[in-house]
Design a protein around this ligand. Structure first.
Ligand SMILES: Cc1cc2nc3c(=O)[nH]c(=O)nc-3n(C[C@H](O)[C@H](O)[C@H](O)COP(=O)(O)O)c2cc1C
Length: 346
């Protein structure tokens, strides 16, 4: 981990996607560490699952479930693999992944490149059930004639291996996908997903940060009605706050530091809209303990990150957890659970 400052310039000299591929390959050669021990101050129960700490790895880094053990070994409290689709797909033409180093950001238009459910399932089946919390993020194939059926198939395929399922209807890189957030379509989708889940693991719904007030209310109402177990707020944004990098005009979803304010605002919106009816999971621009603590006080029970891993390396989870503990002590919280939602709603 202390090596990352040395490795980063080498990785950043490469095309971003090549660097990612090499990183996954290198991680696969590591001896898998032990999943994080539950820390009494940081552990938290969400949707019936006992998270050893609240800092998770967001979807998209380990799309094919290749390195979840290794990432758990770096101290992440949970890892979300995927997005996986029923049939393998190549995704969009390259280049499709851009580092905006000046902005501590990334733009991606990967388009759900993945090797499909069967490949991920085979890897997940080899894991010991006691080895940390692994969520499976499911999506639909770009050319699928029936996207709802794709999600239901994803749920059924992963029932035996996922600690939780995450329904991703918020990627900006599959045309029309975000239309599933419209209330009629969402209701139909969630009905199918919840039925397919049966007595299986909790179902989380991952939403976009680019929703207006009416859409937020609709999504919240449908999610409550269909008894979704938690909301993940949020995916990448198609908006473009002020950016400095020459890549700022690239099409795709923006993540990292410039997403921070928007993702926090959406978290607050969804807290208001759900009125505490379900747990919230915050993601988007979280880089340090202050960011994580802000989200927790704004109502998040868990946080996730991806882009901060690119810029800070795999020590980021442990660094955030250490800082969280310090902030909690300063503010007089003995347990993270006690800090959730302590910010006064605006
Ligand atoms: C390269 C890349 C690929 C991603 N792929 C997925 C994906 O397959 N499914 C998904 O739900 N989110 C995906 N995301 C979104 C992240 O999970 C996360 O919601 C978003 O990046 C905001 O968090 P961050 O600012 O910490 O990166 C991806 C993000 C990046 C940067």
């Amino acid at each position: 981990m202390a090596l990352y400052p040395l490795v980063r310039p080498l990785a950043f000299a490469l095309d971003a996607e090549r660097a990612h591929r090499l990183t996954i390959r290198a991680l696969k050669m590591l001896p898998a560490g032990q999943p994080a021990e539950a820390d009494p101050a940081l552990s938290i129960q969400v949707a019936g699952l006992d998270f050893p700490n609240a800092v998770g790895l967001a979807a998209g880094f380990d799309k094919d479930a290749e390195v979840f053990r290794e990432m758990l070994g770096f101290g992440f409290g949970f890892v979300e693999i995927g997005t996986v689709t029923p049939v393998p797909q190549a995704g969009n033409p390259k280049p499709r992944l851009f580092r905006l180093a000046e902005d501590r950001a990334v733009i991606n238009r990967m388009g759900f490149n993945n090797r499909g459910q069967a490949a991920a399932l085979a890897r997940l089946q080899k894991r010991s059930r006691r080895g940390g919390i692994v969520g499976v993020n499911i999506g639909a194939n770009k050319d699928s004639p029936d996207r709802v059926a794709d999600y239901a198939a994803g749920v059924r395929a992963m029932l035996g291996v996922a600690d939780y399922l995450s329904v991703n209807i918020s990627s900006p890189n599959t045309p029309g996908l975000r239309g599933l957030q419209d209330k009629g379509a969402l209701d139909e989708l969630l009905a199918a997903v919840i039925e397919a889940r049966g007595a299986g693991p909790p179902v989380f719904l991952k939403v976009a940060p680019d929703l207006d007030a009416e859409a937020i209310d609709d999504v919240a109402r449908v999610a409550i009605h269909r008894k979704v177990d938690a909301l993940i707020i949020a995916n990448t944004t198609v908006s473009r706050p002020v950016l400095r990098s020459p890549h700022r005009e690239q099409a795709g979803g923006l993540s990292g530091a410039p997403l921070k304010a928007l993702a926090l605002e959406r978290l607050r919106d969804f807290r208001r809209a759900t009125g505490g009816a379900m747990p919230l999971i915050a993601v988007g621009g979280i880089e340090n303990g202050v960011d994580a603590f802000d989200r927790i006080r704004a109502g998040a029970s868990l946080v996730q990150l991806y882009t901060a891993l690119v810029y800070q390396g795999p020590g980021v989870a442990q660094a955030i957890n250490a800082e969280l503990k310090r902030l909690m002590a300063l503010e007089g919280f003995a347990r993270l659970t006690d800090a959730v939602g302590t910010e006064r709603p605006g």
